[in-house]
Write a protein that binds this ligand. Structure first.
Ligand code: ADP
Length: 374
């Protein structure tokens, strides 16, 4: 049989980690990305250099691929619909993405299918009688790593932000959550659904620093998160993998913060801690294969992002060597040529082999090796 050819829109670390599993599955990976030094460029079987939202480039990608999937959702959906109408196979299909790409529309869609979300509105409709401070303002599109998310504490901050931002914004209540959780869920062409463990994510300044799998929460919460994931993927008739970020409130209520219609940072631990990683799972789903096991191979795992903390071209080899010496620990370095503060340069996963090991202690050990001033 000929090798299946999967086209991926995006060439960052998510595509790079997807490309690690293509040999095992007998798949050729083609990517569309604008940057020559993007992580996946060096290991993809073919690269089309073009912007993520360039539909002509996607048309070329489609001519060479059996199926197209996503590692980046900043696409031009309307232009791609023309390709889909001309029989290009997108997985997930575009109608599964269209309610999700704008954060306000995403919230409205989730509410319409009775998935619980924080109270929200548009900036234009905001009434301060309904929303007290602090409140949260978000760019409706193109936000990532907390860059389009602003916690607003008073009317001055609100008017400064509203007048300085040209992009359309949405408003939501500030959720005083107990924990932040996330779950990865995949759905196959036959409607089979596989969910990974519910995990806990730790953010600082709106950016994820580390993830612990599994989350230390009740079985009821785990089941509820799984049901939310299953409902969403079924309603949207998804083929592929989605990441679902959740808030757990002090009243033990789950609220969906955000849906990523692709692999997600909260699932990176699966590369080392599960038989089938989230990246392999996406490829299995979109190429029509059965999904397989999402079980953890260890008692648990902790994944720590290696975030840039300075402008440099260093490859931090010495620090990486030190990190790799921690027992049962795997270092993934994305090979980005330029380090900038906040940029995701790599991640480290440490498997928890004994119940007396505290994941938070390991996360702090990793961060104390990585960040200079800690
Ligand atoms: P991005 O899409 O850029 O990742 P998110 O909407 O996920 O942005 O927000 C990033 C982080 O900001 C969240 O993980 C959370 O810590 C915080 N945050 C976002 N929305 C709220 C909210 N409504 N209430 C409290 N904190 C929030």
């Amino acid at each position: 049989m000929d090798k299946q050819r999967v086209g991926v829109i995006g060439g960052g670390q998510l595509a790079w980690m997807m490309a690690m599993t293509t040999k095992k599955l007998g798949i050729d990976l083609l990517i569309q990305t604008p940057h020559e030094d993007d992580p996946a460029v060096a290991i993809a079987d073919e690269v089309i250099f073009a912007a993520i939202d360039d539909p002509q480039a996607t048309e070329k990608l489609a001519q060479k691929s059996d199926v197209i999937t996503f590692e980046n959702e900043f696409i031009d959906l309307d232009a791609l619909k023309k390709l889909e109408n001309n029989s290009v196979c997108f997985r997930p299909k575009l109608s599964a993405l269209s309610p999700l790409l704008d954060k306000y529309q995403q919230r409205s869609y989730l509410q319409s299918i009775t998935i619980p979300v924080p109270k929200f509105t548009t900036l234009e409709k905001l009434s301060l009688n309904d929303f007290g401070f602090p409140l949260v303002i978000k760019a409706r599109r193109h936000g990532y790593d907390g860059q389009g998310t602003f916690i607003i504490n008073n009317e001055k901050e609100l008017s400064d932000l509203s007048s300085s931002k040209v992009n359309s914004l949405m408003v939501e209540e500030y959720v005083d959550f107990e924990r932040e959780l996330a779950i990865m869920a995949a759905r196959s062409t036959t409607g089979e659904i596989a969910t990974y463990s519910l995990v806990e994510t730790y953010q600082k300044d709106q950016v994820c620093h580390w993830v612990v799998a599994p989350a230390n929460v009740s079985e009821t919460i785990q089941l509820e998160a799984k049901k939310i994931a299953e409902k969403l993927l079924t309603e949207l008739d998804v083929v592929g993998i989605f990441g679902i970020e959740l808030f757990l409130t002090s009243e033990e209520k789950l609220l969906v913060n955000e849906i990523a219609p692709r692999t997600h940072n909260s699932g990176h631990y699966t590369l080392d801690a599960c038989d089938i990683s989230q990246f392999e799972m996406q490829l299995r789903a979109v190429t029509g294969q059965p999904l397989g096991s999402t079980k953890l191979k260890a008692l648990g795992a902790v994944m720590v992002n290696l975030l840039g903390y300075e402008n440099s071209h260093d490859d931090y080899q010495e620090k990486r060597n030190k990190l790799a010496q921690i027992p049962h620990t795997y270092v993934h370095w994305y090979g980005k040529k330029e380090c900038r503060p906040g940029r995701k340069l790599g991640h480290v996963t440490s498997l928890i082999k004994h119940s007396n090991i505290n994941p938070e202690t390991i996360a702090k050990q990793i961060e104390s090796i990585w960040y200079p001033q800690l």
